[in-house]
Design a protein around this ligand. Structure first.
Ligand SMILES: [Zn+2]
Length: 68
């Protein structure tokens, strides 16, 4: 029975570490007061909420002009 608990504990630790490796920005992402994720424009480095950002080819832009 103790063996089973140990295996489960190790599995949980492994899973937690695995999640951190997969998504390291999860715990320390830049967020505004509303908890919204902020992203930087690759052209002018302006930080804008992810919902307002224009994402093109995996890159984020603050405005339509910068995405072109
Ligand atoms: Zn920009």
């Amino acid at each position: 029975m103790i063996k089973l608990i140990l295996v489960m504990l190790l599995g949980w630790i492994g899973f937690t570490l695995f999640k951190k490796i997969i998504n390291p920005t999860e715990s320390n992402k830049i967020s505004s007061g509303s908890g919204q994720k902020m992203v930087a424009c690759v052209v002018c480095d302006t930080h804008i909420p992810e919902s307002e950002a224009i994402i093109k080819n995996g890159k984020t832009y603050c405005s339509k002009e910068h995405s072109e």
